[in-house]
Design a protein around this ligand. Structure first.
Ligand SMILES: Cc1ncc(COP(=O)(O)O)c(C=O)c1O
Length: 488
């Protein structure tokens, strides 16, 4: 039997390696089948024009890797491999992957899912949900990161507690009390890798195929995606100018487990849930034994007055106490790539949630947690927030002003909405679908975000979440003027 290996003496690859690769490939493609006896090392060396030592070395390596078996006194054989690759000469096309048997979770994945942020630079961007990254206090941030990395104990490089870095949990507990009125102990704070993970954890813990969940309609896409993945029944509840229409909440039922709300700044409409509805909602949750997930993704960003306290701040004895799970995020108030957020959970749920977090992800990164803890404790965070509020307030007003000047009769917004958040929802009275509008604008150097995916049944006219936080005021004005020009 011939080994049929081509030896190239000019190659950079060693002779031993060439023999190993040749035999391995012959076994993998089925030329050399299980149980086949290989020529002796002397014979192979003769065939290949190599020394016995070289062939011997190659055989030994392949024995070590399990491709060959050396049988004492009998020779070297191709090992009995359980899963032998297809034999030579199989039909073309057999390289196609086999039919996959995936989980029901995988089967429920929507065909289209937000693939993440990958935008080409454009002349004008009204992309929503992105803070002003050019205004980050980078010198301070670098100093804090450097301080952590200089720590001789190498703490920043080690594993840390699943529930989060102790100093950060303390800083967050104090911060949510100060800024959002939420009273909790650091034990109730669980640091996550952002609101998205917090939402996933809550839904995994509360929902399954037999349960039902209330979502705002329109609402945040990820909430609907993650809820859909659990297999639970989604009960959309409409939103008006005051946020969730509490009177349209479904009656209590044993299957109804969770209601997900953005009360501080409804996504995407921007409505702020008034006190009367908050109280009704808490009362309903308590009566119905339903947990409320309060997504407070941008609750700090209110410009015309102080931010309203979180819904979790209202929950008290007889008033939905222990009914609210609060979800906070650093994505909008710091920067989204930090991938840090937090949950504030009722005391009895702390243990189960920490175990859940440990099961799906060991912990959030130690280094950035430690840096954020100091960033908050030394007051940099709230100083940055105050600056961003002033900046965004001016940019918000510039957008509204530019819309009134240039887009009258083309784009409409709900004028009762307060000045808050990172975008303004606008309905465009144009003969285009939302995708056509976004593509048309992009072709003229303007990035827009459609919001059709927020609705259980998308509205006939295109709705756009016009983000105003990224560009300075004069660019906002110029961009809106350009948009008006290409739409008239
Ligand atoms: C309604 C809503 N919740 C939460 C988030 C933030 O998610 P994360 O903390 O995962 O970045 C966003 C971001 O766009 C959002 O719009």
């Amino acid at each position: 039997m011939d080994l049929m290996i081509r030896i190239d003496r000019a190659s950079q690859v060693s002779l031993v390696e060439q023999v190993v690769l040749g035999i391995r490939e012959a076994i993998e493609n089925g030329t050399l089948q299980s149980g086949k006896r290989l020529p002796s090392t002397r014979e192979s060396a003769r065939q290949l024009g190599l020394t016995r030592f070289t062939v011997d070395d190659a055989y030994s390596r392949l024995v070590g890797e399990g491709y060959l078996e050396a049988r004492l006194g009998s020779g070297t054989y191709v090992a009995q491999l359980l899963r032998l690759p297809r034999p030579v000469g199989t039909v073309p096309g057999s390289d196609a992957p086999p039919e996959r048997r995936l989980s029901s979770w995988a089967a429920r994945l929507p065909a289209e899912i937000d693939p993440g942020w990958s935008r080409q630079p454009v002349e004008f961007t009204f992309a929503s949900g992105m803070p002003a990254l050019d205004r980050l206090p980078l010198a301070t941030w670098r100093r804090l990161i450097a301080r952590e990395t200089r720590d001789e104990s190498a703490r920043a490089y080690s594993y840390g507690p699943t529930a989060g870095h102790a100093a950060l949990r303390e800083a967050i507990a104090a911060y949510v009390a100060r800024a959002r009125g939420v009273t909790c102990t650091p034990d109730q704070v669980i640091v996550t890798s952002g609101a998205q993970q917090s939402i996933d954890l809550v839904m995994r813990m509360v929902l399954d195929e037999r349960s039902a969940v209330v979502l705002e309609d329109p609402g945040y896409r990820s909430l609907r995606t993650i809820a859909g993945l659990t297999g639970a029944t989604i009960l959309p509840v409409p939103v008006d100018g005051d946020g969730l229409m509490v009177e349209r909440l479904p009656p209590p039922s044993p299957d109804l487990r969770l209601a997900c709300i953005t009360p501080s700044h409804q996504y995407p409409t921007g409505a702020i849930l008034p006190l009367s509805r908050r109280l009704e909602l808490l009362h309903w949750a308590q009566e119905a034994g339903v947990l409320i997930l309060e997504d407070d993704y941008d609750g700090e960003l209110r410009y015309d007055s102080r931010p309203v306290p979180a819904l979790a701040a209202l929950a008290s004895a007889g008033n939905g106490q222990h009914s609210v799970i609060y979800v906070g995020s650093f994505s909008k108030v710091l920067f989204p790539s930090i991938r840090l957020g937090y949950l504030v959970v009722p005391p009895d749920l702390t243990g189960p949630f920490v175990r859940a977090k440990a099961a799906v992800e060991r912990q959030a990164p130690t280094l950035s947690q430690a840096a954020v803890a100091t960033f908050i404790a030394e007051g940099h965070f709230e100083r940055h927030l105050a600056k961003m509020r002033r900046l965004y307030s001016a940019r918000h007003d510039a957008l509204l002003d530019a819309m009134d000047t240039h887009l009258a009769g083309i784009a409409y917004r709900d004028k009762s909405m307060r000045s808050a958040g990172l975008h303004v929802l606008a309905r465009f009275d144009v003969e285009m679908t939302v995708d056509e509008l976004v593509a048309h604008a992009l072709a003229h150097g303007i990035a827009l975000d459609g919001s059709g995916f927020c609705y259980s049944s998308p509205p006939a006219q295109p709705h756009i979440t016009l983000g105003y936080t990224v560009m300075p005021e004069e660019r906002i004005r110029a961009g809106i003027a350009r948009l008006a020009e290409i739409l008239s």
